[in-house]
Design a protein around this ligand. Structure first.
Ligand code: PMP
Length: 433
């Protein structure tokens, strides 16, 4: 049974009084969630919602095995990560083993933003240069450097104009909109490579290039084939590092691939991980080569009091055990393929759905007013999300035009839940929003 119904309005005004405006929350009139179970959330009135959004909670809400492991470790030991204890070594070995052999050195932190910040600083230390290259419309975090490479105007309308001078960007390699659509999309790579050369010729060769390996913030859009290979080669030609931000798309969610960079057929020099690896617990990591990690000694300092603490490390190991034992990557592949197929069927009947992006349980139905001009249906998407919430489905938009649903649920998402989501969306698109 749910807890006694809270006064949702008064809780919201208390939140507003104690938080700043920039600390946003989902929905103008959000449900008050008091518990979760698998891919479901329960509000204070006992109403159950389908959670299509929570990529953080990778193994599902309130997983009993994770709950038990955390409780046990807390009761034994949790401490500053400078001490020597088994859990951190065991987890770091397990994490490194998931990556290509060259990526064998692990830094544990507490969030994706920290991981990205450290990754960029590793590149700066590696090259002794400040300049960094990122793709537009990306989100990589809120710390100084991770924010500097984030130019999603959905988060900050002035993003592009307010970059520090050492940050450079290339257009979002989106094959559906922008300068190079459809079979011209490979030109995005040519342009990015040309920019890398131009910056080097101007005396500011980039220390590193960062991109999500699949454009998660952009709506789960696969990068054009060969994009990362081409840009990585160009950046490495000047001694820079290739950084794959796997915070959102990595860790098995794509189904077919554990890491997004596998989909592009490349091996990065630095990988950032967070979200799924802690299933909601603050845990992030940077994995890189021994040589890159060693060079950092001359370029900066690293220590994180709670990064890789005994409890965090046990969380990391237990999440990996659950992913393996419940074959959640396999479920992401199979249930994700089924859900994508059903969403594509829906697109045949509802012209508002212009395309269904993504793989596995990282999907992005994109709403457009016109399939020729690809005019984004931004207001419609917001209204659809509100109606879905009324029908018991938690869904939210992403992308610079806020017209793509970010479907990235707990990886235990069932076929029944996929059917429920499609039925709710079909109803909203049929009866109006
Ligand atoms: N990189 C990507 C691709 C992200 O999506 C996010 C968070 N949305 C981050 C980094 C930052 O992670 P965190 O919120 O854990 O700091």
């Amino acid at each position: 049974p749910a807890e006694k119904s809270a006064d949702a309005a008064s809780l919201l005004s208390r939140r507003d009084a104690v938080f700043a405006d920039v600390q946003e929350h989902y929905f103008a009139d959000p449900p008050v969630f008091v518990r979760g179970w698998r891919e479901h959330l329960v509000d204070a009135d006992g109403r159950v919602y389908l959670d299509t959004l929570n990529n953080v909670t990778s193994v599902g809400h309130a997983h009993p095995r994770l709950v038990a492991a955390v409780a046990r470790q807390w009761s034994l030991l949790n401490t500053n990560s400078r001490f020597h204890y088994p859990a951190v070594v065991e987890f770091s070995e397990r994490l490194a083993a998931l990556l290509p052999e060259s990526l064998d050195t692990v830094f544990l932190v507490n969030s994706g933003s920290e991981a990205v910040d450290l990754a960029l600083r590793l590149a700066q230390a590696w090259t002794g240069r400040p300049d960094l290259l990122a793709v537009q419309e990306a989100y990589h975090g809120w710390t100084y450097l991770s924010d500097a490479v984030s130019t999603s105007v959905a988060d900050n309308p002035a993003a592009l104009e307010t970059r520090p001078p050492f940050i450079h960007t290339v257009p979002a390699p989106n094959p559906f909109r922008g300068a190079h659509r459809g079979n011209k999309a490979r030109r995005y790579a040519d342009e990015a490579v040309a920019e890398v050369h131009r910056l080097a010729e101007e005396g500011t060769p980039v220390a590193g290039f960062i991109a999500e390996a699949l454009f998660g913030n952009g709506g789960g859009i696969a990068l054009p084939d060969g994009y990362l290979a081409a840009v990585y080669d160009a950046v490495r030609a000047y001694g820079g590092l290739a950084i794959a931000d796997e915070v959102q798309v990595g860790y098995g969610r794509l189904g077919e691939w554990f890491w997004g960079f596998e989909q592009q057929g490349v091996v990065p020099d630095v990988v950032t991980v967070a979200k799924s690896m802690g299933s909601g617990h603050p845990l992030g990591a940077v994995v890189t080569t021994r040589a890159v990690a060693e060079r950092y000694r001359t370029g900066g300092y690293f220590f994180s009091s709670a990064g890789g603490s005994p409890v965090s490390s046990v969380v990391g190991t237990t999440v990996l055990d659950i992913l393996r034992d419940e074959d959640l990557q396999g479920n992401a592949r199979d249930t994700g393929a089924y859900l994508k197929m059903r969403l594509q069927e829906l697109a045949e009947r509802h012209p508002l759905i212009g395309a269904v992006h993504g793989f596995g349980l990282y999907l992005g139905p994109e709403f457009v007013r016109d399939r020729e001009t690809w005019e984004p249906a931004t207001a419609e998407t917001a209204a659809i999300c509100d109606r879905l919430r009324d029908l018991g489905v938690v869904a939210q938009p992403t992308g610079d035009h806020q017209n793509i649903l970010k479907i990235k649920p707990p990886m235990c998402f069932s076929r029944d839940s996929a059917d429920a989501l499609v039925a709710a969306l079909d109803r909203v698109l049929t009866t109006g929003w």
